[in-house]
Design a protein around this ligand. Structure first.
Ligand SMILES: Nc1nc2c(ncn2[C@@H]2O[C@H](COP(=O)(O)OP(=O)(O)OP(=O)(O)O)[C@@H](O)[C@H]2O)c(=O)[nH]1
Ligand SMILES: [Mg+2]
Length: 293
């Protein structure tokens, strides 16, 4: 059998479970998962090698319902780019979702990629409802409709088999030892941002960015200096908290995750900086890595 390889994009509404599914399929926790919407902001490649196939997954930001700043525009751009590149598109729906979102329905219709509708979170619906929704999604004439649960790992292997069956014949695009297109610093930023999503509420998680200033690998110890960028002095005060307690808690939790991710001891120093309205300023967005999305 000929070798197969291609690009598989996971797209869907915010909070659909895309990053949970992506981590399952890739077999590594590359992407941040959080109950809050708009967790993922960039396209992240995750490369899986099988005996006769190489699958290149893209996790993507959720399709923002209301684009209200330039950062959102970049997030939508990242989804569209991954849609245009895809050999296989997985539209990840949730129970109760009736149709493809208007913003991408036409683009998906025009795409040459094979379309899989994966109905996620079926643990939250009853069987009758799921069967009715599968039948409804089939009316779009996709290559397949598959009910599944990313959280509980239900139907993941069947989904992978389905994906492989739809990949074109092509040599591997990436060397076998490459897992992703992202740098170590990117994952540091994401792990710290993930903790801010968990520990802060209201607008804070949406108003911040994390930038790793230095990353030094000293054999047994990783020394990391990172900055949390926020939009206002008032947010800085909340991020730091009374006597620095809030920041300390965030940094400690992040350090533990970083140690698990890199498999070694980590020294982590985190500072908070204000960059007014960075989400609407091209120069900051470029600096924070949104230029290629
Ligand atoms: N019950 C249930 N929850 C799930 C399932 N899959 C994911 N979740 C939960 O849904 C929430 C969102 O998951 P994410 O993977 O971050 O969703 P996402 O689509 O990547 O979200 P954005 O990046 O914000 O667009 C998390 O709390 C997950 O634990 C599932 O199969 N069943
Ligand atoms: Mg996500």
């Amino acid at each position: 059998m000929a070798f197969q390889s291609g690009f598989v994009s996971i797209i869907g509404l915010p909070n659909a479970g895309k990053s949970t599914l992506y981590n399952r399929l890739v077999g590594e926790k590359l992407s941040v998962v959080n109950p809050k919407a708009q967790t993922t902001r960039h396209r992240i490649l995750g490369i899986v090698n099988r005996e006769q196939a190489q699958i290149i997954y893209s996790d993507t930001p959720g399709l923002v319902r209301r684009v209200s700043n330039k950062m959102h525009e970049h997030m939508v751009g990242a989804v569209m780019e991954s849609l245009d590149d895809a050999d296989v598109l997985i539209y990840l729906a949730n129970p109760g979702e009736q149709a493809l979102p208007e913003s991408i329905a036409e683009r998906i219709g025009r795409s040459k990629a094979a379309l899989i509708i994966a109905l996620n979170k079926i643990d939250l619906g009853n069987q009758e409802q799921i069967e009715a929704e599968v039948a409804q999604w089939k009316q779009l004439n996709p290559s397949a409709v598959i009910p599944m649960s990313a959280l509980h790992g239900f139907n993941i292997e069947a989904l992978e088999q389905l994906i492989i069956s739809l990949l074109p014949e092509h040599p591997a695009y990436f060397p076998e030892d490459q897992l992703t297109d992202r740098t170590e610093r990117f994952f540091v930023n994401e792990i710290i941002r993930g903790k801010i999503l968990t520990y802060y509420s209201k607008e804070i998680p949406y108003s911040i960015e994390v930038v790793t200033q230095s990353f030094k690998d000293n054999k047994n110890l990783l020394k990391i200096h990172a900055e949390i960028i926020c939009e206002r002095e008032s947010q800085k005060a909340i991020l730091i908290g009374q006597n620095g307690k809030a920041l300390k808690r965030t940094a400690t939790a992040a350090r533990q995750d970083l140690e698990a991710f890199f498999g070694k001891q980590v020294f982590l120093d985190v500072r908070v900086k204000v960059r007014e309205d960075w989400r609407d300023k091209d120069s900051y967005l470029r600096e924070f890595g949104y230029q290629n999305d």
